[in-house]
Design a protein around this ligand. Sequence first.
Ligand code: BGC
Length: 417
Amino acid sequence: MLRKLLIGTALGSGLAFAAHAQDVKEVEMLHWWTSGGEAAALNVLKEDLAKQGFAWKDVPVAGGGGDAAMTALKAMVAAGNYPTASQMLGYTVLDYAAAGVMGDLTETAVKEGWDKSVPAALQKFSVYDGKWVAAPVNVHSVNWLWINKAVMDKIGGTEPKTFDEFIALLDKAKAAGVIPLALGGQNWQEATMFDSVVLSTGGPEFYKKAFNDLDEEQLKSDTMKKSFDHLAKLVTYVDPNFSGRDWNLATAMVIKGDALVQVMGDWAKGEFNAARKTPGTDFLCYRFPGTDGSVVYNSDMFGMFDVPEDRKAAQVALATATLSKSFQSAFNVVKGSVPARTDVPDTDFDACGKKGMADLKAANEGGTLFGSLAQGYGAPPAVANAYKDVVSKFVHGQIKTSDEAVTQLVNAIEDAK
Ligand code: BGC
């Protein structure tokens, strides 16, 4: 109610009044960080802002991958009810910027030298038409395996370096009566795993051409067909109850030792953190077999809306806090991601985090850093949604063969472009 009044006042009275009105000491944030690990990471930010006297107005919309959150955001924005900021992925930021509803953080960015510390791969999505419209929070990468160490020891497993070795490892788990692969049967989880499968099957150039350039020759190639074959093989190692399972429940299966491995972005590590588990002792993080040397990334950005004058000071405080070096370390240590700045020391990060940071640097320098198609960094949302849909239909048997999957993928992407 209070907020409605404030907005009404600011809009109704025009800028002259708003400029003199007392600033609203509140940050309203829409996000999909509702799992244990995500909530713990978000707390780092809430506490940071609370210390500066800003109240936190939480707008959580559960649903990994953010589809539900983005639907909610669309409705809010259509109603003219802009949050201070919203968690967003890559191309979505650009869509909102093109729609003219984003604010302009350039003054703060220039003062704080963001352009020198934020990697170009992220600036491509946080800067629109020369203006900073979003504050990058982190860099996640999707091509990881998360393995229960005790189960791994029990079955005498070692790090799988190729897809065939991965299958041999899954077979060992199966023979020992453990669920080999923990998967949540939701389209974004399946597609996130398929990003890794495609990179592993076709190599870095193939991934880039198919999933970043949307090159039709690659999309309809035998290599893509083989990637679907590999996906079909992986799905044979999933338990029968996987449909609809949330990603963090799949992570919990690995944490508890009910399953050997999950293929997931490094937000999974946030769940191991929250359960007080240590890499090397309780769990292992390896790159998805055959993808070492490449990083398929996404980055959570706080898209900053064009809020009324009296809410801008809070927005600037949020942006400054987000990009500060100390916050980038503290938050990402908890979240499982790595900093969105290149000048943050890895001192406080665990072994997986240190590897994540080194991998990101090497991939960035070596030209093997690629946007995740499943996670909003490969292509605009309509294409990503078409992709997720085809992959999911294949996993759940509505598309029966790899041939048909390839045809449908090509058509769906073409229609969505
Ligand atoms: C986000 C992560 C989040 C994950 C699961 C991804 O799209 O980038 O921050 O933890 O979804 O909710």
